[in-house]
Write a protein that binds this ligand. Structure first.
Ligand code: SF4
Length: 415
């Protein structure tokens, strides 16, 4: 019988070379940029793609691309006429071939605890939410990757909305741009936006190329300058894509585990039927081995009477210890306990505080650090789960969206 470590070594050896996959991504961007007659939204391009756009489409030097990136992502300037260190001729060429199209802020709300939520219109029929959560010494932006989600996790409000479409790179990075500009964030100087979590609506690994390209802009010095470990991708467990991510990007990985055994996890996260826990944990081990010294965070939403019992804590502990042993690193596995945030129509409930503390204590006593995530932005429906709760009701959401569009005189366009 092969051990977990042997299985992992074999699969690491089989992995696709990074350069090959990266080339496919680059080719996709180039093809998109070359669509005749359409302007290229520069939010869609990371540094490599933008350099190529400048060289191949505009016939300009690469460093011009760097100047433009700084105007867009550091100074929040989207009008080429205001990019004063570019010559007149180049600005005219940019006007002709390119645009910087930002998502429309339909409305935004600030919570008394500093949390801020935006409803962003992605097109006349789709809107998504982005949430900023300030904390001691850090400010985290929770970013969406899809409109809706196809994975149908039973405790998730987004799942009830179904899947509408993937967000483009521009629509993902546009969320960061809107928040960073609002916060007056100055990359490398005055940073109020210190972390991004791809944990909003959607399964980010199901929209791989757009998410990876957007995360590259987040981490680029000419973009938002975030350290690799400060950009986190959270997945429900798309095993082959976790391996691809390990090859093509360098970000922190979080896994929505939510159950410590296959029977329960398959019920809560149907994707588990395709990629059961053993395969998922092996993929996480491979990820950690490729990114030596990094930990993997396991998200565990506590639901009353479902997955919050002592036996669940013990099973979870066993899984996480196996993970630490396989990557030969103490505390390689981190766990975040998230009390369930109820939303209308759900059959699940939040456990009481005593049950949450008891679950946490069992983990702590075995040496596992297991913070319980604080509820934030409750008064603006921005708490974890509630964000998706607002999104889930398509009729209500569309009505709200249309109302705001009408208030802004855009009703006909949205009809
Ligand atoms: S929890 Fe995440 S992956 Fe699961 S349905 Fe919700 S958005 Fe999709």
């Amino acid at each position: 019988m092969t051990t977990q470590r042997e299985r992992i070594d074999l699969q690491l050896a089989d992995a696709t070379p990074a350069t090959e996959s990266a080339a496919r991504v680059e080719a996709g961007v180039a093809a998109k940029s070359a669509v005749a007659g359409s302007k290229t939204n520069l939010f869609d391009l990371d540094r490599a793609s933008l350099e190529r756009f400048f060289e191949e489409t505009l016939g300009e030097k690469k460093f011009r691309a760097h100047q433009v990136m700084k105007w867009i992502h550091h100074r929040y300037v989207t009008d080429f006429a205001d990019m004063t260190d570019l010559g007149k001729a180049l600005r005219a060429k940019l006007e002709q071939h390119a645009e910087v199209r930002v998502p429309q802020v339909v409305f935004d709300k600030a919570s008394t605890d500093g949390t801020h939520k935006w409803l962003l219109g992605m097109d006349p029929k789709n809107a998504i939410e982005t949430v900023y959560i300030p904390d001691k010494g850090r400010g985290t932006l929770c970013v969406s990757s899809q409109v809706g989600c196809a994975l149908n996790c039973q405790f998730c409000s987004t799942a009830t909305q179904g899947f509408n479409r993937n967000l483009s790179t521009a629509e993902i990075i546009g969320q960061v741009w809107v928040a960073a500009r609002h916060l007056g964030n100055v990359p490398h100087q005055q940073r109020r936006l210190t972390n991004v979590v791809m944990m909003g609506m959607g399964e980010p690994l199901a929209n791989f190329d757009n998410v990876v390209r957007a995360m590259s802009i987040m981490r680029d010095d000419l973009g938002y300058g975030l350290a690799n470990k400060r950009v986190t991708l959270s997945t429900a467990g798309m095993v082959p894509m976790i391996d691809r991510l390990a090859l093509e990007s360098d970000v922190s990985l979080a896994v929505s585990l939510h159950a410590p055994n296959d029977e329960l996890r398959s019920e809560l996260v149907p994707l588990n039927k395709k990629y059961p826990i053993e395969q998922l944990m092996d993929a996480c081990v491979r990820y950690a081995l490729r990114k030596r010294g990094t930990s993997v965070t396991f998200e565990y939403t506590l639901m009353k009477g479902v997955n919050d019992q002592p036996q669940h804590a013990r099973q979870l502990l066993r899984l996480l210890r196996q993970f630490d042993n396989a990557v030969q690193m103490k505390d390689a596995a981190k766990v975040n306990l998230i009390p369930f945030n109820p939303f209308p129509g759900t059959r699940f409930e939040r456990p009481d505080d005593v049950a949450i503390r008891a679950f946490q204590k069992l983990l702590n006593e075995a040496g596992m650090i297991a913070p319980v995530r604080r509820t934030r932005g409750d008064d603006i429906d921005a708490a974890c789960g509630q964000l998706k709760g607002q999104v889930m009701d398509r009729t209500r959401r569309q009505a709200e969206f249309q109302k705001h569009l009408h208030a802004q005189g855009l009703g006909d366009e949205a009809a």
